[in-house]
Design a protein around this ligand. Structure first.
Ligand SMILES: Cc1cc2nc3c(=O)[nH]c(=O)nc-3n(C[C@H](O)[C@H](O)[C@H](O)COP(=O)(O)OP(=O)(O)OC[C@H]3O[C@@H](n4cnc5c(N)ncnc54)[C@H](O)[C@@H]3O)c2cc1C
Length: 466
């Protein structure tokens, strides 16, 4: 008896209860499959598709080359494989994002017609989205009470790696199909923005995730002090691994749970990830629709000048050094420090007056950790449109942010080579504080931040008057 295990956002063997269930149902005979769905991949940018390909390659290695890759519609692929391998049971970790939920409902229904069972076990979260409720039985709209209820849920110990499994393989498509089918639905307004994959940490896959975690454990105690300084490696860098499930947050928390202030703050960041997944579960429309209806009509610019400004922002050529350093890190590494994500997002919305959805789309296109819940709600938080969002009238000042979080310009120097010979505080200012940048080739500021801040607040005031 063979059971089929459908890998999706859980590309690992350890701490994977759904895989353990497949091992049980298949009596230790499991066919591991990953489905390359061209419809899904079309909107995945070059960063995540390249990261996914490398992660699948690592997964295949840990399965002794047995991973079955098939291009096609999930229902068609699973049905064909069940037929080929004589399998009845299919198991997967549940997906909680709106498109995944819709797909899973359809595939389950269609397989059932043919007498095949598709079961879902566990989730990519410590607590499954939709589970954490207030005493009144309602979801929390605000993070702090959510976290309190979330903390009260039991934290399960990591599950063991399955042993003595016979991996059953079958004919497989090429791994290159992942990048082949990706990035076909590139938005027109991206124009000629770079489309090459970034260069990321080569520690991919499950072993890579454990190595990254191991590194982080040496400085988790200082996380609370270092996490806001983009020049430091003060954060865990686990986000792409959590995105692709090469590690489960259970395992991460089991290793980082300590009494230090750093561990405590880190746990809270993991809770933000869980909060946003929960918000998305209850509000599937929030991938594109604002959660605060009264902000829906805030005017945004969409003309040619707006598109040109969007391109300057995406290329890291706004003339605001910390903003540009972040956008260039995103282009180069497919990752950006959280502090700078907040600043660059705020700059797009409040200084350039562009639609947050444009920015969110570019982030999703370029991030290796691009995750619909964390990204869309990170953007809604910044744009003042989300549940528990930072109010719109709180505008990050790009120069003050640089002075506070990159005072010696180390992060700016790393990502903006034109400014390497300009020391702080001059390199923190747009224009270099007195036209110093003119000779460096680094662009002059495309907007005046003080003027545009007032413009943003004006737009908000007019919206409120209506
Ligand atoms: C505009 C914007 C867009 C974002 N887009 C994404 C995204 O697509 N994918 C993504 O994983 N994170 C996103 N974030 C959240 C955050 O920036 C990243 O999770 C973090 O920078 C990843 O680096 P790290 O793993 O070193 O984080 P650490 O500081 O080490 O945090 C540990 C983990 O906690 C979670 N986490 C931390 N901060 C947040 C947060 N604010 N919201 C949700 N989860 C959090 C992540 O899973 C992260 O890996 C976004 C934030 C903003 C402001």
């Amino acid at each position: 008896m063979t059971a089929l295990f459908w890998f999706r956002r859980d590309l690992r063997l350890a701490d994977n209860p759904a895989l353990l269930e497949a091992v049980r149902l298949g009596e230790k005979q499991v066919a591991p499959v990953f489905i390359i769905d061209p419809k899904l991949l079309a909107s995945v940018g070059p960063a995540r598709s390249s990261y996914l390909r490398d992660t699948l390659s690592a997964l295949d290695e840990s399965l002794e080359g047995a991973l079955i890759l098939r291009v096609g519609d999930p229902y068609e692929v699973l049905r064909a494989l069940c037929h080929e391998l004589g399998a009845t049971d299919n198991v997967a970790t549940a997906d909680y994002a709106p498109s995944g939920r819709a797909r899973d409902e359809r595939v389950t229904r269609e397989l059932a017609v043919h007498g095949r069972h598709l079961r879902f076990v566990d989730s990519p979260y410590v607590v499954a989205p939709g589970t954490v409720l207030t005493k009144a039985g309602t979801p929390s709209k605000v993070f702090t009470p959510f976290r309190r209820y979330w903390e009260a849920e039991p934290l399960l110990a990591p599950f063991p790696r399955p042993r003595d499994v016979r991996w059953v393989s079958a004919e497989s498509d090429s791994l290159d199909a992942v990048t082949h089918y990706a990035a076909r639905q590139r938005p027109e307004y991206f124009g000629d923005l770079p489309n090459d994959p970034p260069v990321y940490d080569p520690r991919v896959g499950e072993a890579g995730a454990l190595a990254v975690l191991e590194d982080f454990l040496s400085h988790v105690a200082a996380y609370d002090e270092q996490r806001n300084v983009p020049a430091l490696e003060g954060t865990s860098r686990l986000s792409p691994h959590l995105r692709f499930g090469t590690i489960h947050p259970r395992t991460v928390l089991a290793s980082t749970n300590g009494s230090s202030r750093g561990s405590e703050v880190f746990r809270s960041e993991i809770a933000w990830r869980e909060f946003y997944a929960d918000v998305l579960w209850h509000n599937p429309e929030s991938t594109t629709k604002v959660l605060q209806a009264n902000m829906a009509d805030l005017p945004v610019d969409t003309d040619d000048r707006a598109v040109a400004r969007f391109h300057d922002w995406a290329r890291g050529e706004t003339g605001y050094p910390l903003v540009d350093a972040g956008m260039r890190q995103l282009l180069a590494e497919g990752w950006m420090h959280n502090r700078v994500r907040m600043l660059t997002a705020s700059f797009l919305v409040k200084h350039l007056h562009l639609d947050w959805r444009w920015g969110a789309k570019w982030f999703m296109w370029r991030l290796i950790d691009g995750d619909v819940a964390s990204n869309q709600h990170g953007w809604q938080w910044t744009a003042g449109t989300g549940t528990d969002a930072s109010p719109f009238y709180r505008v990050f000042n790009p120069t003050l942010q640089a002075e506070r979080f990159d005072p010696d310009g180390r992060y700016i120097h790393r990502w903006i080579p034109e400014l390497r010979d300009t020391s702080a505080p001059d390199c923190l200012q747009p224009g270099g504080g007195g036209g110093l940048f003119a000779a460096t080739g680094y662009p002059a500021p495309i907007v005046d931040a003080a003027v545009e801040r007032n413009e943003a607040l004006d737009r908000l005031a007019k919206l409120r008057e209506r």
